[in-house]
Structures are given as C-alpha cells and as structure tokens.
Design a protein around this ligand. Structure first.
Ligand code: CTP
Length: 408
C-alpha cells in the first residue's frame, strides 16, 4: 500500500449517500483511519437503506450523523460545527440524486446543509448506473460542480451491480483514499492551477470521416497525474483517447483543434501553468460536408485544408498568461528546431523529442526528451512515461517557482 501519512490528523467528514456502493464506504473509513485521519460520518436517509449507521459508528468510534433537526445530535456536534470542523468533505458514494441536489445548492437534509455551510473543499466519488452517469443531466451537474472547484473522483468503468457494463462504478476505497492523501500532500504545485492538453484532435471531413493522428495521449495523461500528485488543481483538455480519466482531475473532452482552443483559452487564462502535450492536427478541412462524400468518377478526391489555430501559441499570447510549456516532435535537428519553436511560440519551456525513433514517443510507453528553456537544456534519457512525467513536473515546478520569484 502506498504511503498515506498525509492523512495524519486530517479532519474529514465522509458523506454516504444511497447506492449499492455504500458498502465500499466502510472500507474507506477503515483506510482513512489507518492513515491517521479523524473521520465523522454523515449518512443520507437513503444510504441507511443500504448500510446501517451502526457499522460506521463501530468503525469510526464516533456517533454517526443522520438528521438535520435532531436535538440530541445538535447538542453534540451540530451541522454548522461539523461544517466548520471539516478540512475536507468527501462524499462517497455520491448518487446521481445527490450530485443534482449539490449542483442546485439545496439544503434539505444534513449532508447537503453541511456541504453548503462548509468552507472546506468538497470531493465527490460518483456511483450510479452507466445510463444515469451518461445522462446529460448528470454530466451537466458534474460540469457545474467542477467549475465550482468540487473535485470529482472517478467514476470507474466495468461491470455494475445491475448487470450493465460501463462508466459509473465507484472507484475502489483504496483509490479514493490515495486521492485524498494526495490532496493533503503539500506538493511543489500546491495551490496552483495546471492546465494540460493531451491526445490527438479529430478534424471531421463529413459525418463519418475525420483526419487525425496516432497520438495515444499517454504523455499528457501521465503529466496530469504527476501534477495532481504535486498538489495542483489539474485540468486535462483531451482529444479522443483510449485512456481512463485519472481520478482527482477535471477532464474536458474535445474533438477538434478549435474546441481544444476554446477550452484552453477559458481555463488557461488565470492558470499558473499550461502544458501543451496534445498532438493538434495542423490542418482541418475547410468545410465539413453535411452528407457523406461520394466517390468521384475520375477516382480522385481533392481536399482543401486550412491551417488550424495554434493552441499553445494562443495561450502564450493571453494577457494573464500562465507559465507555458510546449512539446516539439521532431525528426531531425531536434534541438535546433525545438529552440526555434520555443521562440516562435513565445514559450517558457519546450520539451523536445525525436519522433523518428519508433521505440519511444508516439504510442509507446517510453519516451526520451530534452527540456529546453531560454537558458539551458537538460536531457532525460529513455524511461517509462510515468516516471518521466514525475521528473518533468518537478523540474517545471521548480522553474515556475523561480519565474514567480523573479517576477515579484
Ligand atoms: N500545438 C498546438 N496547436 C497546434 C499545433 C501545435 O498547441 N495547432 C502545440 C503542441 O501541443 C506542442 C507544440 O505546439 O506543444 C509543438 O507541436 P509540433 O507539432 O511539434 O509543432 P508545430 O507547431 O505543428 O510545427 P511543425 O509541424 O512545423 O513542426
């Protein structure tokens, strides 16, 4: 088990809402306590249909809070005291109904009231049937919560209690406990907002075809997980990939370069750090055909492509500009071309890799890069993308710190 010493003495209110995953919350209490946290459990009425308050009372050694207007409980630790006591309010499992109530700011039971009254960060681990999770209403609620800074952990994918398969399963208790521990860790990027682009973009030709590339998104996702582990509030803007969203990260799904640009400008303005790991398609069809393009009699098809916006360069042009890191995929004169790109796009740092070597980079689990700034160049030899991401994030975080010190 990974180190969870950051949990020591942390005051966590764990909200349990109605759902079959409520039983996993019992294991979560055990793990949080084992890490040294103090845990107070608040249950909604429907949660009590799945698991008895006595279970949580026995595990936590503390009374379980179930009612808003219970004179005996209010005489002990009332709802406002509970809200003030918490350093984190974690809701696991969070049902679709609960997310909806949280998104609309209701205070019609103890848990929603505590959530409204607290100034502590909120973290939710959704758990529901896949169709309920995919429903635009739930997605919209999560978007609202994400924009308010609520950390959404999961859900995972897989077989569900109802027999369906898909996204909606609550993450395992250990995964949630690790995210909580990471949240409390005062890492090198604690308090910072980091925005990362990842994956390819898809540029539609007609309703069934598109232009894209082989980017797997692995490097960008690994960087996002590493930034999160260093304590950053991390936003990942991703084109279509086969990768699961890393827990504890706000994920914005996009398809085209234009959609990526819109998200990057929205989240990049005011962010501390922007890392462009996406392989943005350089060109897009001038027009998207409304109907499927039919074969031409002469056996030729001429496409007219126009240049896409340069996402990273646009972010670097923002008035409230974050520290900007780009990537350079090169096949020759790697350092020379990367340095030219650093200047042309007005970046603070560029990470260069040689994409002519098929054992690294695109689609591979390994990568070898050079990190270049205006002043220096550091070589990172071939290694696993996760490890490389952690090293790059530490290096970039240290440069960001120096940059901010110089500016102030
Ligand atoms: N990039 C971007 N938007 C684009 C093209 C590139 O944000 N439309 C970003 C990439 O995410 C990467 C950096 O710019 O961080 C460099 O990408 P790369 O493909 O190497 O460079 P290009 O600008 O496309 O230059 P060229 O194709 O001429 O090498």
């Amino acid at each position: 088990m990974s180190d969870m010493s950051e949990l020591f003495d942390r005051r966590i209110v764990l909200g349990v809402t109605g759902g079959i995953a409520a039983y996993k919350a019992a294991e979560l209490v055990r793990l949080l306590l084992r890490g040294g946290a103090q845990v107070r459990v608040v249950m909604t009425e429907s949660a009590q249909a799945f698991i008895a308050p006595l279970t949580f009372q026995a595990l936590s050694g503390q009374p379980v809070h179930t009612h808003l207007l219970d004179p005996a409980a209010e005489a002990g630790m009332g709802h406002i005291e509970l809200a003030k006591w918490a350093e984190l309010v974690l809701i696991a499992p969070a049902s679709a109904n609960f997310l909806a109530r949280l998104a609309t700011g209701q205070a019609d039971d103890l848990l929603t009231t505590v959530c409204l009254a607290t100034s502590a960060p909120l973290m939710v681990a959704p758990a529901m049937n896949q169709a309920m999770w995919r429903n635009p209403a739930t997605q919209h609620n999560c978007q609202i919560l994400g924009q308010r800074g609520v950390v959404i952990v999961g859900p995972g994918e897989g077989e569900q209690a109802c027999g369906d398969t898909g996204p909606g399963r609550m993450l395992e208790a250990l995964e949630i406990a690790q995210v909580v521990a990471g949240y409390f860790r005062r890492g090198m990027l604690a308090g910072k907002v980091v925005v990362i682009t990842a994956g390819p973009t898809r540029e539609p030709l007609d309703p069934v075809r598109y232009i894209s590339n082989h980017s797997s998104g692995k490097m960008g996702y690994a960087l996002a997980a590493a930034a999160r582990d260093e304590g950053a509030r991390t936003i990942l803007i991703t084109g279509p990939t086969r990768l699961a969203a890393p827990p504890g990260i706000q994920v914005m799904q996009v398809e085209t370069a234009k959609e990526m640009l819109a998200q990057a400008l929205e989240h990049g303005a005011g962010a501390d750090l922007f890392i462009a790991a996406a392989a943005v398609a350089d060109y897009a069809p001038e027009k998207v055909a409304t109907h499927k393009i039919k074969k031409e009699a002469n056996g030729e098809l001429h496409l007219h492509l126009v240049k896409n916006p340069d996402v990273v360069a646009e972010v670097a042009r923002l008035e409230r500009r974050p520290f900007v890191v780009g990537f350079a995929a090169e096949t020759e004169k790697v350092l020379e071309h990367a340095r030219a790109k650093l200047q042309r796009k007005n970046l603070d740092v560029i990470i260069a890799n040689d994409v002519s070597d098929t054992t690294i980079g695109f689609n591979s689990d390994n990568n070898a890069v050079w990190l270049l700034s205006g002043e220096d160049a550091v070589e990172y030899p071939t290694q696993d993308k996760q490890q490389l991401a952690r090293r790059l994030i530490s290096d970039i975080a240290a440069r960001l710190e120096r940059h901010n010190n110089k500016a102030s």
